[in-house]
Structure formats: C-alpha cells, structure tokens
Design a protein around this ligand. Structure first.
Ligand code: SF4
Length: 621
C-alpha cells in the first residue's frame, strides 16, 4: 500500500450534491464555510504528479493541522475562513452560524461549538467546574452531554476560543480529535463498577484513545491553545508506548515520520471506536467503525476481545448510495493483540478508504463494497501480524442506562441522573456544580445523554439524595418511560445542517406519544430517537421509532429497530408531517396491542413485514 500523501489519486468529476435542505439555496454559502459541503464535488488541486481532492490537499498543506488556523486565531475577524474551519474540527470545534441571530446580530451570530474528548465519558470534578464557569462566562450558559459521552459547549465567540480551550487543557481536559477526519472520542460503559470486566473496558478505552492520538497534531494543538506548553502532552501507559512504537513498522506505518499512524492527510473521514463488556450495549456497539467486546478472566484481567467493524449512521436523503449500516463481526483477538488490531484496522481504512468522495469515505462503505472477507484477508496480509479467531459467545446484549443509585465498590456509590437531550442549564446546572464542588464528585456521561455522579461515600449519600430531590430528581431510577431512552440531536438553531427541529421539540413529541399510549391503554414503552437531518448524530436508524428531519416539521419515519440496539430500522415514509404523528402511528400501535405478549414494538414491526406495515400506515391516511 502507498500512503495517500505519496499516492496519485484518480479523480472522476461528479455533479454537485443535490440540495437536501429546504433552505439550502440561501444557506449554501454558509454551509460551505461551516461544514465543507461541496467537498464531494471534488475541486482538485494539483501538486506535482499528485492530484488530491480539496479536502485532502487542505490537510496535506496544513503542517499537521496548524495553518492557516494559527494565523487566523489572532486576527480581528468574527469568523474563520473555510480552510481554517476544516482544520478547526480536528481541534474539537465547529464554526456555527446561529440561525435565529444572524438576521439581527451578524457579529454574535458567528459562534463556535466546542466538543471535548473524554474516553468513557469521564469528567473529573476539576474539569467539570472549569467547563461550567467557561460556559457561563464565554458560552451560551449551557453544557450538553453528547451521544458520544462528551460535553459540548455552544455559543463561544471566535475571540474567546483560545481562552476556552486553553483553560480546558489546563484543567485536565482536551478537545483534540473530538471532531475531524480522525479517531473521535472512544466510548465505554460509563458505570464506575469495580467488578467484572468494567475496569478493563474503561482502561482499554483510555488506552485506545491514547494509541490513536495524533502525534504531530498534538504539537500543533498545544502550540495553538497553550502556547506550546509541552507539559500538557498526553502521557500514555507502557503498553500504549510499546504499541505506538510498532506504528513505525511495515504495514501500519503511514510513510510519515512525523505522523506515523495517520500520515500527513490523516483519515478519509471520521472514525469511531467503542469498547464494552459482554452483554452491555450501553455504547451502541454496532454503530461504530470498531466495536470491541472485552472478555476477562475471573481475576479481572483482559483475555481478549470480539471485534466488530464497519458500523456507521450517516446518510443523505435521496442518495441511495449512502446508508446506515451495522458493524460486521471480524473475529476474536487475544489480549496481547488488541491494541495492534485496532491500529491495523485504522491503517487499512487510512490506505483503502475513499479519499475522493467524502460521502463514500467512511469505513462502512469500504467493507460494504469489498466484503468482510476481503477486509479480513487484507488486514491479515498487510497490517495485522496476530491471529484472528472465531467470535466468542456473548450473552444477549442489553441497553443499560445505570439510572438511580448503585454500589460502586465497598463504601462508595454512584447515582445516574436522567437528562433529556443531555442539556444542562439554569438551576439544574447550578445545583450540579454545587454538588460536584462540595463533594469533589467525578462525572461520567452515558451514550444516552445521561449523567452519573460518582465516588459518593456512604456517609455523603443521604445529604446528596436530599439535594438531588430539591433539584427535581426524587426518583432518578424511574424517569418517564419514553424519555428514559429517547435521544435527539441539537439541530436548530445552531446546527447548520439542520433541516428542522429536534432537541427543542423532543419533549413535546414524547408527551404526545405518551398520551397516545395511555389513551390506547398500552403499558409497554418504545425507543424513540430524533434528528434534524439524515446525518444521524442521535443514531435514529437503530430506534424502534426514528424521526429524521426531511422538511420543515416533516420527518422521514424509520421503524423496526430493537430496544437493545441490535438491528437497523427501515424507512417507511419520506415526509411525515409532525402534526399527523398520532394519526399515522395509531393503526400500528393498535396492531401491537392486539398482538399482546411481551414482544417489543420494533420486533412487532419486524414480524408484520414491510407489506403489512405499509398497509397499516396507508390505512391511517
Ligand atoms: Fe445537525 Fe442533527 Fe443533522 Fe447532526 S443529525 S448534523 S446535529 S441536524
């Protein structure tokens, strides 16, 4: 294989992507600045004998994600240029154009969203307190727990970005590689149990985050945000240091001595990894580029991992060649080979992923196009020297949420608090700050956008319970049934790709559905997920009922996922007006009720089959 920076790329011109957004025409210029929309139209830059797409050339020219960000950081403009915006993502930030402010306040409407990197969702007390203060002083006053177990801040002016990121770094946090064409935040079950495989899964997530951390880009990151203070370099474990040395060996080596694993053009697209323990699917394992299930021996030592590859949610309306996909089983690897197989898979995608068409660049398309057998053979022939064995048996997976009180270890507790859509603001945020500050509690975020308060001593439990009750968490283990597992993406007003509402209307949608279930005397619940566009940030294609924005107040209707996130849903309606939600679902819900038994709504849809589901939906028209 030849690293991309030394490869000639054949480019076939393609037409511009069709507008999928009602406001697309008026938004277009902003979207190009915000998200690089149009990169797949392949503006080609010539470099000697090479021809790279604009996105690839930009990475190559950036001196490892430094230029032109460094020079633009100190100018007086209220926004970055497109070249800087694309690099900014690798540093954890998206430039956004607040869609409700831009008509009235052109300056304040340009703002930055900042996402942290927090493997396994771990946020030390000191970092949380810094984030809370920064969000109040330099952001929009809120914090948001994302579906990848990290906090996001919104509303940061460009002029304040350096202070915000610099403060995060000085308080034990990082935003490096939280976005961009690189490995993103590594997920793991957030529960701080000291039993079973949980400690190993958490440690493995930390190690993989360090293993896949960029080398040269870390230098650029520290230069930009903390004036090159190298004392903030990450400090990998011995196992990670040894595995990183092997990044310079044949196969995994990119050809770039400065960035041995990634090479000078990093990855074709984003890359996502999650680790879990057998039977715990709190991390939505099958939606990841790499999903690892860690097996341990009775003493808690890692024995090895089942490895899954090629999951991914993002798609585009009306483009059949883009699709959501669940990961395929790759095989089982022994403990000594786990870090190597992870960096080998990443290197394979680095060399073989599509760098011409960004909408086709995720590893899921490579595996779909070439097949899992080709992937396995190529991996073992060129990148991975260990052995891939047959998968080990796993217990049936559950979507665990850890809400309510749990024993962490002898004399210590944690409590899981439900947060609808992960948004922290107002009295709730202030109350959490007080608890974290008083008791120096660690926070862990879940993939379901909930929050765990950890390291609570037995003697502190009663007073913390009293304070939580005053904040409205009387029975944190029993939130409203639909809200318990429902998630939504931010969408309007900050996301430039949003076609319609998501986070802001989810509570109302859930109330309406709950009222309908009560009226129909259905006592079971169902898994609802909602997004403002098909990009899939809230993983709606795994839900039993997925609503995917496809017009103002109109949603594509996806049905048939499972409560434990094991099967993709399927699309049944292109544009369901939100006003017609109850009317449309009623025949399906009645048929679910009539079937009786314990079958979930998603399994009922699956059993009915496409024809019957479509007939019932048509009956509601
Ligand atoms: Fe924006 Fe939501 Fe679409 Fe993600 S899924 S890009 S947050 S509208």
């Amino acid at each position: 294989s030849v690293p991309i920076s030394r490869r000639k790329v054949a480019v076939t011109p393609r037409s511009e992507p069709e507008a999928t957004v009602l406001e697309a025409v008026s938004l277009r210029s902003n979207q190009e600045v915000l998200f690089g929309v149009g990169e797949s139209s392949l503006t080609v830059a010539e470099t000697g004998s090479q021809s790279l797409s604009k996105a690839e050339q930009r990475k190559l020219d950036s001196d490892h994600l430094r230029d032109p960000l460094l020079s633009e950081l100190s100018n007086d403009e209220v926004r970055f240029t497109e070249d800087a915006v694309q690099l900014l993502k690798f540093h954890g930030s998206y430039q956004q154009h607040h869609r409700e402010l831009r008509k009235t306040d052109k300056v304040r409407s340009w703002q930055m969203m900042l996402r942290l990197r927090s493997p396994g969702g771990r946020i030390p007390a000191r970092l949380f307190l810094a984030l809370d203060e920064l969000s109040n002083r330099l952001g929009d006053g809120t914090l948001r727990a994302t579906t990848r177990q990290a906090f996001q801040m919104h509303g940061i002016p460009k002029a304040d970005l350096k202070e915000v990121i610099g403060t995060i770094v000085r308080n034990l946090g990082s935003t490096l590689a939280a976005c961009g064409d690189i490995n993103r935040n590594v997920m793991a079950p957030p529960a701080p149990f000291e039993k079973g495989g949980y400690p190993v899964a958490r440690r493995l997530a930390d190690e993989i985050a360090d293993l896949l951390s960029p080398e040269a880009a870390e230098g650029a990151y520290l230069d930009l945000w903390v004036d090159g203070d190298l004392s903030y370099r990450f400090k990998p474990s011995r196992a990670v240091r040894k595995a990183r040395k092997r990044q310079s060996e044949d196969g995994v080596f990119s050809g770039s001595s400065e960035e041995p694993l990634y090479g000078d053009t990093y990855l074709p697209r984003k890359f996502k990894v999650a680790v879990t323990v057998p039977g715990d699917n709190s991390v939505d394992l099958l939606t990841q580029d790499i999903g690892l299930v860690a097996f341990t021996d009775p003493s808690g030592e890692l024995r090895g991992c089942n490895v899954y590859v090629g999951g991914g949610m993002g798609r585009t309306h009306n483009k059949e060649e883009t699709f959501a996909r669940t990961a395929d089983p790759l095989g089982y690897v022994e403990a000594a080979d786990v870090l190597d197989v992870v960096q080998a898979i990443l290197a394979l995608q680095r060399d073989h992923g599509d760098r011409e068409v960004r909408k086709h660049a995720r590893m899921k398309y490579l595996i779909h196009d070439k097949g899992i057998q080709w992937f396995r053979e190529t991996l073992c022939a060129t990148y991975f020297k260990g052995a891939l064995k047959g998968l080990r048996n796993e217990p049936k997976a559950k979507l665990l949420d850890y809400l309510g009180w749990h024993r962490q270890k002898a004399g210590m507790w944690f409590v899981g608090l439900p947060l609808l859509c992960g948004r922290l603001n107002g009295d709730l945020k202030a109350g959490l700050r007080q608890l974290v500050e008083t008791y120096q509690l660690e926070i862990r975020l879940t993939a379901n956008q909930d929050l765990l308060l950890c390291n609570i001593g037995t003697s502190q439990r009663a007073s913390i319970r009293t304070q939580l009750e005053a904040m409205g968490f009387e029975v944190p283990e029993a939130p409203a049934r639909l809200a318990r597992h429902a998630i939504a993406c931010p969408a309007l007003p900050t996301c430039g790709l949003a076609i319609t509402e998501s986070e802001r209307i989810l509570p109302d949608v859930l109330d309406r559905l709950d009222a309908q279930l009560r009226r129909l005397e259905i006592e079971k619940s169902l898994l609802v997920r909602m997004t403002g566009c098909p990009n899939g940030c809230a993983r709606p294609y795994m839900a039993e009922l997925g609503l995917v924005g496809n017009g103002v107040n109109q949603y594509q209707l996806w049905l048939g996922g499972t409560p434990n996130l094991q099967r993709l849903a399927r699309p049944y309606m292109e544009k369901l007006p939100l006003d017609d939600l109850e009317k449309t679902l009623e025949p399906l819900l009645l048929s679910w009720k009539a079937a009786g038994g314990r079958r979930s709504f998603g399994d009922h849809i699956e059993k009915l089959g496409d024809q019957e589901v479509s007939a019932l939906l048509a009956a509601s028209a």
